[in-house]
Ligand binder design. Structure first.
Ligand code: SAH
Ligand code: SF4
Ligand code: F3S
Length: 478
């Protein structure tokens, strides 16, 4: 049986999970040993939001006497935290359930639950379609897990897929399962109120809500006290973060939140994802410019380079607007701020000329990184209801390949520009290729590898980049 990839140390490759909603590798949560009576195995698919949620789930279940294990075969409870973003993401989970079924046959008491976006999308249909599943729990119902599990212990199947307008899990301290002890995610908001016509997230994650700013800053403080050196603030659209105290006297927008977190400690790096091009303000960019510890990297998904397609996608900006935002980044933060994108190839009715516009946007923006996919129709979305998925699969794949190839040229060029410069690198651990080397990232999120000497995980090291592989910088400490 093929073991899922454990990607706790995303070291020598560019961190695939950096963008919010990537079809990243599966993550198996690391083991905890607190003497709990039952064993939980949890596997996360999709975006960082899910990885972060799995840490909340583990925390809720730790209070119920569950220790996490990395060994699915011996688990009492197996949870898959699932993704619905593209059809393929769902197929992966269906296949995984079949594998888990064979474990369950050997261990009949094993309970199997599905969490996350696919649970929310399919609801109780999941129980009918996949006989192995005992438990279906949506992203806003994790507090109900103990009750649902006892229902299953009592011999019933259990479902809770209620979405909430308030739930932010602000008071739950995540069990840091996906972490190397240096970098951690902090979820700052949930849900999404944008209605991009291709996207299932508003349906699976519900309405947008922002978490109490004080609880976010406190979580960052606690992480610093525990030795963490980097936090990534997470949300589908972080730039629309807005929180007000109950009496309305205190209001915090994203730029202000970013500043508060940056002020927690100069030794704490701050990243964030994802920025929506319609919402990212100059105030955010100026805040980034003011604080050295806010990393100079912005994930700014364009989706398309053509204004007509962007309108069909309901992205609410057009190409000139997007280009202006890129110019603002260059103006306020300079050439060294990294930018990445997501592009969708072959959206409904996209012509060859319109596809060329996506390629020319890659040339315009010169992205450091791109997370690109071909369009996958999702049931219930605006596009599925109103538009025809009319681009043949081969055309979609060819256009996607052209986008990937073009983007790779720019990524290489961006890496090459960094050679000869000194970078502040936060060491995340040993390099996978060589025990004598360490691996970390610079502010721009590029991977940097250099000889170990006496440096350790968690150190900030000044590294002169001497060459590049095109996907990492190689250098030496200066
Ligand atoms: N909130 C983020 C994106 C979240 S989804 C934003 O607005 O930018 C992550 C990425 O998955 C999207 O940026 C998009 O490129 C891709 N995606 C979403 N739905 C898709 C679909 N139906 N087919 C193909 N790609 C899709
Ligand atoms: Fe989906 Fe658009 Fe919301 Fe991003 S902003 S999660 S693409 S609906
Ligand atoms: Fe994330 Fe996938 Fe849901 S990308 S929000 S887990 S649909």
């Amino acid at each position: 049986m093929s073991q899922p990839l454990i990607t706790l140390d995303f070291l020598d490759k560019a961190p695939a999970a950096e963008a919010l909603a990537l079809p990243t590798d599966v993550r198996v949560s690391a083991a905890t040993r607190t003497g709990g009576a039952r064993k939980l195995y949890i596997e996360s698919y999709g975006c960082q939001m899910n990885f972060s949620d799995s840490e909340i789930v583990s925390s809720i279940l730790a209070d119920e006497g569950f220790d996490t294990t990395e060994d699915v075969a011996t688990a009492d409870l197996v949870l898959l935290n699932t993704c619905s973003i593209r059809e393929k993401a769902e197929q992966t989970v269906r296949m995984r359930l079949k594998q888990i079924n064979s474990h369950k046959k050997r261990k009949p008491g094993m309970l199997v639950g599905v969490l996350g976006c696919m649970a929310e999308r399919l609801k109780s249909k999941f129980l009918e379609e996949e006989k192995i599943v005992d438990l279906v729990v949506g992203p806003d119902a994790y507090r109900d897990l103990p009750q649902l599990i006892s229902q299953v212990d009592g011999g019933q199947k259990a479902v809770n897929v209620l979405l909430s307008r308030e739930e932010t899990y602000a008071d739950i301290t995540p069990v840091r399962l996906n972490s190397n002890g240096i970098t951690a995610f902090i979820s700052i908001m949930r849900g999404c109120d944008n209605m991009c016509s291709f996207c299932v997230v508003p349906f699976t994650r519900g309405r947008e809500r922002s978490r109490d700013a004080h609880s976010i800053v406190q979580e960052a403080r606690d992480l610093v006290a525990a030795g963490y050196k980097e936090v990534t603030l997470l949300g589908q659209n972080v730039d629309s973060y807005k929180w007000a105290s109950e009496d309305g006297t205190e209001r915090v927008n994203f730029a202000q939140l970013l500043e508060r977190v940056a002020l927690v400690s100069p030794a704490l790096r701050v990243r964030f994802s994802t920025s929506h091009p319609k919402d990212i303000t100059d105030e955010v960019l100026h805040t980034m410019a003011r604080h050295d510890n806010i990393c100079k990297y912005i994930h700014l998904p364009a989706q398309s380079g053509n204004s007509r397609v962007l309108e069909l996608m309901n992205r609410t900006y057009d190409r000139p607007w997007y280009e202006e935002r890129v110019r603002a980044i260059r103006r306020i933060l300079g050439e060294n701020c990294a930018i990445s994108t997501d592009m969708i190839a072959g959206f409904c009715s996209e012509t060859e000329e319109e596809h060329q516009d996506s390629l020319s946007l890659l040339d315009f923006a010169q992205y450091d990184m791109g997370y690109n996919f071909f369009y996958s129709e999702r049931p219930g979305t605006l596009a599925a209801r109103k538009l025809e998925d009319d681009i043949p699969l081969e055309t979609k794949k060819r256009r996607l390949q052209e986008i990937i190839d073009r983007q790779q040229l720019h990524a290489r060029a961006r890496y090459a520009r960094m050679v000869g410069k000194v970078h502040q690198v936060l060491v995340e651990g040993p390099s996978k290729r060589s025990a004598d080397h360490l691996s970390g990232r610079n502010s721009q999120n590029q991977v940097v590898i250099f000889p170990k000497q006496n440096f350790q995980k968690g150190d900030y090291v000044q590294v002169l980049a001497t060459s590049t592989t095109g996907a990492a910088l190689l250098g030496e400490a200066v």
